[in-house]
Structure formats: structure tokens, C-alpha cells
Design a protein around this ligand. Structure first.
Ligand code: NAD
Length: 315
């Protein structure tokens, strides 16, 4: 059996597959050459870069499995593949903690102006040290503040756990109401359950000091001009979910007016070429869609993906 890991796979995943007798190729074949190349493979694994659309599926009758290392499957025509008898698997939980921790990287960056300080210190740190010191003197603490979480699935709940651990209040909204508890896994195997109930979207929007999005790709933005208008002045916005969930021009306007104090963005409407106004905005903390890109998450993704592939071909 031959597997093409077109967007790479963690070495541990490759090793597990090879030990189980699979041949794994990890070179990246350009999208327009994939149809021909895939004639020699039994399965393909991708992350978010490679697209597996209906035409590609039709062109590669030997492919029996498509594996997505990660969560979002918007780069794969999943229903079409399954209708043709091709199994499609992903590793939804493996990267939740890494994404949640990136939310807090952006939040800590936002409340202490790290994004701007990192841009200005190399240029002005020697000449205007004291001016910069003054400019960044009005930071705030996270403890005691309210984080609004929109989309209370795996990553939303993991984000809630980190927030609760920091002593923040959590307001969550999901299309499917949640009443239950979030478990904090503390040092020494100690577990603490904290009750959480979802509230309305309007409450999350109007009562939160920071709002973090954790919904799937949406055709229509969840946060647009009306929602920004209804938020607390000085709110911080974080998006580590998918481009399309925020109306970007409305966000830029809200940043310029001061309604939104800062935004932390890992995802954009137009990846890989986001709006210049966002990339250059002095109130925006930026990362290039790296929510799941930690060593630990990639090891878990690789291991889970390998086990799913082995289970599929050994059944
Ligand atoms: P999940 O399916 O566990 O949770 C998503 C939740 O959003 C569900 O509970 C769903 O009911 C809810 N939802 C859907 N539409 C909604 C709406 N309009 N309003 C409110 N709630 C809505 O998914 P997850 O694993 O938590 O992933 C969440 C998002 O994070 C996905 O978009 C995924 O693609 C993205 N993600 C990003 C990265 C990254 O690198 N930045 C990595 C992994 C996942």
C-alpha cells in the first residue's frame, strides 16, 4: 500500500505507517500534477493546503482513503468522496489545545501591546525608549475579565478551560446550547469541574471584554458592523477559526474608530494573501494560520492519522 502525505506528516505517523508495512511518500506534488501522480497511490493525506475536489477524486480511482491531518475539511469534497466509496477521515481533537493556547498568545499580546512593541522596538527602541514606554503603559490584566466564546465545540471548550484556569469569566454561545461543566486538568492529575452554560449571541457580544471565534467556515460573517457596534468599547477580538467568520472591512473600521482595541488573527478571508490593511494595521497581532502547528499537536495528528489509515486498510 502506498500513501502520499502531500502536506507532510509528523515523523511518528510516518514511522507507524512504515512499521505497519505501508510506503509513505512525503514530497509535495503541485496541485495540477496530483491527478496523474495519485494513480500510483492507495491513499492521500493532506492538511489545509492540498485541495481534494470532485474532479481529482474522479481522476484517481485507486484512492481508497483521504486523510485530513486536522479538523476543517473545507479543502476536501467529503460527501462526493464518500458517495464514490472513498473513506474520508480526520483528526478533530488532536490540535484543540494548541489552537486554544494560540488564542491566549494573541490575547496576552493584545492586552500588553506586544504586537506593536515588537514592530517598533527594533526601529525606535534606541531613540524613543521612553516614548514607547509611555505608549504601552496602559496594559490590562486578563484575570477577572470576560471572554466571549462563539462556537463551543472542541476548541471553544478548550479555550474556556484555559480562560477559567486564568481566573477569567466565560460567556459562550453555540448553535447547540450547552449545559455542563468544563474540566480543568491541573498539575498532579488534579481535575476541577467548573459549570458553564451557553448564553445568547447577543449577550456574548454585548457583555464580553474579549471575543474569540471557534466556529467552522461560514458563508456569512458572524461578526460584522452591527455586531461590532453592539460590543463594549475597547473590546479585543481573536480569530483562530476560519477566514469568512469576520467581516474584515468592518473589523478594520472598528479598529480605526477605537471601538475594537486590538485584534489577534490567525486566519483570513483571502489566504494566503490577506488584506494589506490588516497585515499593516498597528492594532493587529498576526500569525499565518498556525493554530495547530505545535510539535505536540502534530505528533498527536500524525499518530491518530496513521492509526486511522492502518485500521482502514486492515479491516
Ligand atoms: P467543533 O466542530 O468541535 O466546534 C465547532 C462548534 O461551532 C460546534 O459546536 C458548532 O455547533 C458551532 N457552530 C457552528 N456554526 C455556528 C454559528 N454560526 N454560531 C455559533 N456556533 C456555531 O470544531 P473545533 O474543532 O472546535 O474547530 C473550530 C474551528 O477551528 C473550525 O473552523 C476549525 O476549522 C478551526 N481550526 C483552526 C485551526 C487553526 O490552525 N487556526 C486549527 C484547527 C481548527
Amino acid at each position: 500500500m502506498k500513501i502520499l502525505a502531500n502536506d507532510g506528516i509528523d515523523p511518528i505517523g510516518k514511522q507507524l505507517l512504515e512499521e505497519a508495512g505501508f510506503t509513505v511518500d512525503t514530497q509535495t506534488i503541485p496541485q495540477d500534477q496530483l491527478a496523474e501522480a495519485l494513480l500510483n497511490y492507495d491513499a492521500i493525506t493532506v492538511r489545509s493546503a492540498t485541495k481534494v475536489r470532485a474532479e481529482l477524486i474522479d481522476a484517481c480511482p485507486n484512492i481508497k482513503l483521504i486523510g485530513r491531518g486536522g479538523v476543517g475539511m473545507d479543502n476536501i469534497d467529503v460527501d462526493y468522496a464518500r458517495s464514490k466509496g472513498v473513506n474520508v477521515v480526520n483528526t478533530p481533537a488532536a490540535s484543540s489545545l494548541s489552537v486554544a493556547e494560540l488564542v491566549f498568545s494573541h490575547l496576552f499580546s493584545g492586552v500588553r501591546f506586544l504586537y506593536d512593541a515588537n514592530r517598533k522596538m527594533p526601529l525606535e527602541g534606541g531613540t524613543k525608549f521612553n516614548d514607547l514606554k509611555k505608549a504601552y503603559a496602559k496594559g490590562i490584566e486578563l484575570r477577572g475579565k470576560t471572554i466571549g466564546i462563539i462556537g463551543f465545540g472542541r476548541i471553544g471548550r478548550e479555550t474556556a478551560a484555559v480562560a477559567l484556569g486564568l481566573g477569567m469569566n466565560v460567556l459562550a454561545y453555540d448553535l447547540f446550547p450547552f449545559v455542563g461543566s468544563i474540566t480543568l486538568n491541573l498539575q498532579g492529575g488534579v481535575k476541577v469541574d467548573i459549570p458553564v452554560e451557553t448564553v445568547s449571541l447577543a449577550e456574548v457580544i454585548s457583555l464580553s471584554d474579549f471575543i474569540s471565534l471557534h466556529t467552522p467556515f461560514a458563508d456569512k460573517p458572524i461578526l460584522g458592523a452591527d455586531e461590532f457596534a453592539a460590543m463594549k468599547p475597547g473590546v479585543g477580538i481573536v480569530n483562530c477559526s476560519r477566514g469568512g467568520t469576520i467581516d474584515e472591512p468592518a473589523l478594520i473600521e472598528a479598529l480605526n474608530s477605537g471601538k475594537v482595541a486590538f485584534a489577534g488573527l490567525d486566519v483570513f478571508d483571502n489566504e494566503p494573501t490577506p488584506l494589506k490593511e490588516l497585515l499593516n494595521h498597528p492594532k493587529v497581532s498576526l500569525t499565518p494560520h498556525i493554530g495547530a502547528s505545535t510539535n505536540e499537536a502534530q505528533e498527536r495528528v500524525g499518530t491518530e492519522l496513521a492509526n486511522l489509515i492502518i485500521a482502514h486498510f486492515n479491516k
